[in-house]
Design a protein around this ligand. Structure first.
Ligand code: NAD
Length: 242
């Protein structure tokens, strides 16, 4: 990992931050793009000169392009990419869809992966173990929570995009996706009414607990830096939940 620079979208919190911590602990440097200024500052302070943080809205192609140009200018050429930024979006039943909200969810969860991957490909430094990981969800295969159809559809699209990327970018860059189940991060505030509802749901998971961001990060690090014969796969990390 020592000569790697991992670009992580949504890297200031939750799973993205855990991947950054794991990559830096393994000797890599990390570039964190996020819209949460306070958490970006905290990450920069914690990771020091092993990280470069920037306020980047991945749903805004102009913002992504200027951040990518800034990276090259600063001499930080990414070798690996994690398309991790994502939101659940506002809960909507199918008879009360707000098209603007559907667009927002798709722009942050899927279109961003097209745009950021393009920026990465045009500015990256070659690396013998180049790889990309996309953060999907088991919602892609089970339809997600009631009222979160846009989220489920966005993750289904991200999985298809993962397969297309794996074909197009082979043999030089491996591309895989992770599909977590219920992981204990802030995103759950948009799914569960409160912590006790979330803990209640945990009892229905075969392993009887929520997952941690660190457990997802372990798999991400494996896909990024090991797994030399694995591409175009979606790996589920859900404690057995389907
Ligand atoms: N936590 C889970 O249970 C779970 C399950 C399945 C999939 N996932 C996926 O994992 C990824 C990370 O989720 P998490 O649980 O760490 O959530 P989180 O809310 O803790 O972190 C998401 C990060 O993305 C950032 N972000 C949001 N919109 C952005 C934008 N437009 N541009 C840049 N950054 C933006 C947020 O500021 C935040 O720092 C998401 O794609 C999510 O869908 C999470």
């Amino acid at each position: 990992m020592k000569d790697a620079v991992v670009l992580i979208t949504g890297g200031a919190a939750g799973i993205g931050r855990a991947i950054a911590d794991a990559a830096v602990a393994g000797g890599a440097r990390a570039v964190l793009w996020d819209v949460d200024a306070a958490r970006l500052e905290a990450a920069q302070e914690a990771l020091g000169d092993k990280a470069l943080t920037a306020n980047v809205d991945v749903s805004d192609p102009a913002c992504v392009e200027s951040a990518a140009a800034g990276l090259s200018g600063a001499g930080w050429k990414p070798t690996h990419l994690v398309n991790n930024a994502g939101i659940i979006g506002r809960r909507m039943t199918l008879d009360a869809i707000d098209p603007a909200e559907v667009d927002r969810v798709l722009a942050i969860n899927v279109r961003s992966a097209f745009v950021v991957t393009g920026a990465f490909l045009n500015r990256r430094a070659d690396h013998p173990k180049a790889a990309i990981v996309n953060l999907s969800s088991i919602a892609a295969s089970n339809g997600g929570a009631a009222g979160n159809a846009a989220y489920a559809a966005s993750k289904g699209a991200l999985q298809s995009l993962t397969l297309a990327m794996a074909r197009e970018l082979a043999p030089g860059i491996r591309v895989n996706a992770l599909a977590p189940g219920i992981i204990d991060t802030d995103i759950q505030k948009d799914v569960f009414a409160d912590r006790s509802e979330m803990e209640e749901r945990a009892t229905t998971i075969p392993l009887h607990r929520l997952g941690t961001a660190g457990e997802v990060a372990e798999a991400a690090v494996w896909l990024l830096f090991s797994a030399p014969y694995t591409t175009g796969e979606v790996i589920t990390i859900s404690g057995g939940r389907k």
